[in-house]
Design a protein around this ligand. Structure first.
Ligand SMILES: [Ca+2]
Length: 385
């Protein structure tokens, strides 16, 4: 049974996200080696990030209304990909951890300090699909679908200029733009090699350190996830809560970086990570620092052998109401199970087949993830170096 439901003095604080459950407090400040890109399952692949990047955004979390800082884990997924010299051709920022525009600015800053200045940042969805029931009269080749934006168009262009099966889409935020891509440009969408998303749990009701939390990337736009789930052309790997809850960027490292660290890059990433880490540490007493959960997607891409994954699992997105990020009131649940589960009658249910990753093969992999993230904050050297 679940126990210890979060009761905090401010109502919005109940909105918490999938996060870490590492019981061992890490205080080492040592800089350690990262994982080698030679472990990559497909080092030649092209990446697109769909992300609610929030590094350094210190207020307006959860798409605006919450006063606290935005999550910073998306940034560490990107630094892991840069460290491995993966070919990133699109970074689409959406609502989620914050609004889409601040998310874009956050990503621009986070990449600029690393010396990454490719023109691949675009603004994506400002809100969940059902909130924007606008359609257009057809215009030539333009789709009549309401959701298309600069981010979706860049995703289409990247897919259209690369060979089929070359592009992997890393889903780190609400699935709104991904669902839009599938709706508006299905031929482009179907060229995807794979979607690797930070989403899903076995029972759809994750509990972290005794606190009920929500599957944030699903909860922000349940219908969008459902639409992506039910399509059958593109493989979908879900890095699930059961494993993504592990791994942390310790407060000791963040504070060391913020005080100057070993480089200007570390200093910025430390300073930009402090506010959310402090918010997080105040809620989850068994950990101290920033949860790394989005970073798991790239760590998985680079080190698939470290994850326990099962093909052909049954995904079911139960959508019983509007998007709701409160674990206490939500009627939306995304389950990934070896066998089909009972579906409620009073909800829309989207189903599909996914590869579900639920644990590490070795507990030491958590440490390797943490070390890799810490080592990844450094000046970008370019994909050809
Ligand atoms: Ca995210």
């Amino acid at each position: 049974m679940k126990k210890g439901r979060l009761t905090l003095p401010i109502p919005e604080a109940i909105v918490v996200k999938l996060c870490v459950l590492k019981l061992v407090l890490l205080s080492l400040v040592s800089i350690v080696i990262g994982c080698s890109s030679s472990n990559s399952a497909n080092p030649a692949s092209v990446l697109i990030f769909s992300t609610d990047y929030g590094l350094g955004v210190i207020n307006g979390a959860t798409n605006g209304p919450d006063r606290h800082a935005a999550d910073t884990d998306d940034a560490y997924a990107v630094t892991l990909a840069l460290q491995a010299n993966l070919d990133i051709q699109g970074i689409i920022t959406s609502f989620g951890n914050n609004k889409a525009q601040p998310s874009f600015e956050s990503a621009r800053r986070g990449l600029a300090i690393l010396g990454f200045d490719k023109d691949i940042l675009r603004i994506g969805a400002e809100g969940f699909l059902d909130a924007l029931p606008v359609r257009f009269e057809p215009l030539g080749g333009e789709p009549a679908v309401f959701c298309v934006n600069d981010g979706v168009r860049l995703m289409r262009d990247v897919l259209d200029t690369n060979a089929s099966g070359m592009v992997t889409l890393i889903a780190l935020g609400p699935f709104t733009d991904i669902a839009c891509l599938q709706r508006a440009f299905p031929d482009s969408f179907n060229k995807l090699r794979e979607i690797v998303g930070l989403v899903g749990s076995r029972d759809g009701k994750p509990v972290l350190q005794g606190i009920d939390v929500v599957d944030f990337n699903f909860a922000m736009d349940p219908t969008a996830l459902g639409l992506v789930l039910q399509q059958t052309e593109v493989a979908f790997t879900a890095i699930m809560f059961e494993v993504s809850q592990f791994g942390i960027l310790p407060t000791g490292v963040i504070d060391y970086w913020a005080a100057g660290g070993a480089s200007l890059e570390q200093q910025f990433y430390g300073q930009a990570s402090q506010a959310h880490a402090q918010y997080w540490s105040a809620i989850f007493s068994q950990t101290d620092g920033q949860a790394l959960f989005d970073a798991h997607t790239i760590f998985y891409l680079l080190n698939p052998q470290l994850y326990m994954c099962t093909d052909n699992m049954h995904g079911a997105a139960v959508v019983g109401g509007y998007p709701d990020t409160s674990a206490a009131t939500t009627k939306n649940f995304f389950t990934v199970t070896p066998e089909p589960v009972q579906r409620p009658q009073d909800a829309t249910v989207y189903t599909g087949t996914v590869r579900g990753c639920t644990s590490f093969v070795d507990p030491d992999s958590v440490t390797l993830l943490e070390e890799s993230v810490q080592a990844s904050v450094k000046r970008y050297q370019g994909a050809d170096s």
